[in-house]
Design a binder for this molecule. Structure first.
Ligand code: SF4
Length: 390
């Protein structure tokens, strides 16, 4: 089976391949190096390189695969281990973690984001339930690196099992569990800072402005694995759900080798429930359209299969939300429904900062009556909204 490794699975420049066609590679071997801002890429399988191009490296995997891996370089420096391992924000952002953790926040707050606020996704909470001690180790590494005095694990009160597993292993007065509201987007970094630190970050401001650093659960897991076990990022936890036979409410697959075809993962979960609409890679709110041949990458959190698109040939108005679906995604959906887009509006809380629209108050959503009226004035007969409420 072929495994595909995109050279860009992160924010920044594509990586540079360091293997050639015909070369035999081992699981854990570095196959592409970071080029400026970026993160190294390692093979998740033993096999032979069958293609290298400007977009990806393709490896034909051997039939029998080991569980172990070639460890990353032995180093005493945790930041170097994190860089070597190619860790990026696994929650979907893909920002290189070694760059994020370079900033010191003396006396500040290191926060594990365990909100798991996209519906259906469950792999982060599952990991905590099974490996709470690894999350505490990872959090301590982050606290040491950044000089943060306080460690917080941010999750929702409904995750009772995960909470009790964490409580059983927290062994420091400087680490505590704090609860987020059960709403979307509770996992937004600015919502977390607002809820716990009482600081209202302006659109575009980062948690560092509030003396905080926030990392998603799987990123913290990868930090602990890199520093303690010299493991590169070669596996990904993924939730499969939607119109998939054995996974309709969401089934978690832990440690799926990166590069694994999406189609194979759907087959593992029982295959498609016919008829179906499209594959969404990521969560229901922020996921993107995917194809069966796409590979699992360092940032693929969900593989969701939708219902068939209802067909509607009317004129559509689009109402975009920064924390949910924005214009391109909504256009894609209207197209799949057979409709025509005649007008576009943004939620009135979306403000432009440095050329990008951002939400002023994530999760505190306004009524959209005036925006809807504007869309109607422009000829919309029906409206599709990416907003997370109202
Ligand atoms: S305020 Fe508007 S842009 Fe922000 S989360 Fe709510 S609907 Fe989305």
């Amino acid at each position: 089976m072929e495994f595909r490794f995109p050279l860009r699975q992160h924010v920044g420049a594509p990586c540079t391949p360091v293997v050639e066609v015909g070369e035999e590679v081992k699981r854990g071997q570095r196959i592409a190096e970071s080029n400026g801002l970026g993160a190294n890429i390692h093979s998740s399988v033993n096999g032979k390189v069958v293609a290298v191009n400007e977009n990806e490296i393709v490896i034909e995997a051997d039939e029998n695969q080991p569980k172990d891996y070639l460890p990353i370089k032995d180093t005493e420096d945790p930041l170097e281990a994190i860089m070597e391992a190619g860790i990026v924000g696994a929650g979907g952002a893909g920002f290189p973690t070694h760059v994020k953790l370079k900033s010191k926040i003396p006396g500040g707050y290191a926060i594990v984001n365990a909100a798991e606020c996209e519906p259906i996704l469950g792999h982060n909470i599952n990991y905590i339930e099974e490996n709470a001690e690894k999350i505490i180790s990872g959090l301590k590494i982050i606290m040491n690196l950044t000089e943060a005095a306080h460690g917080i694990i941010a999750l929702k009160e409904k995750y009772k099992n995960a909470i009790s597993k964490l409580e059983a292993v927290i062994d420091s007065d400087n680490i505590e569990i704090k609860y987020l509201p059960d709403m979307y987007p509770a996992g937004d970094e600015r919502v977390i800072v607002r809820e716990f630190l009482g600081v209202e970050l302006a659109p575009g401001q980062l948690p560092g402005e509030a003396n905080a650093v926030i990392q998603n659960v799987e990123t913290v897991k990868n930090i602990a694995l890199a520093v303690e076990d010299r493991k590169p990022v070669i596996d990904k936890d993924v939730t499969v759900g939607g119109r998939v036979k054995n996974a309709q409410g969401g089934t978690v697959f832990m440690d799926v080798p990166i590069g694994y075809p999406v189609k194979k993962l759907i087959e593992k979960a029982g295959g498609f429930v016919e008829p179906y609409g499209e594959i969404v890679l990521g969560g229901p709110f922020t996921g993107k359209h995917g194809e069966e041949n796409d590979p699992i990458t360092k940032i693929t959190g969900g593989v969701l299969v939708t219902m068939p698109f209802p067909q509607d040939k009317r004129k559509f108005g689009i109402l975009a939300c920064e924390c949910g679906a924005q214009e391109p995604r909504l256009r894609e959906i209207v197209e799949a429904m057979g409709g025509t887009v005649v007008a576009e509006e943004k939620c009135k809380r979306m403000k432009e900062v440095n050329g990008r629209f951002r939400c002023e108050l994530p999760g505190i959503c306004p009524g959209q009556a005036t925006t809807v009226l504007n869309l109607k004035k422009k000829g919309a007969e029906v409206i599709i909204a990416g907003s997370c409420s109202d």
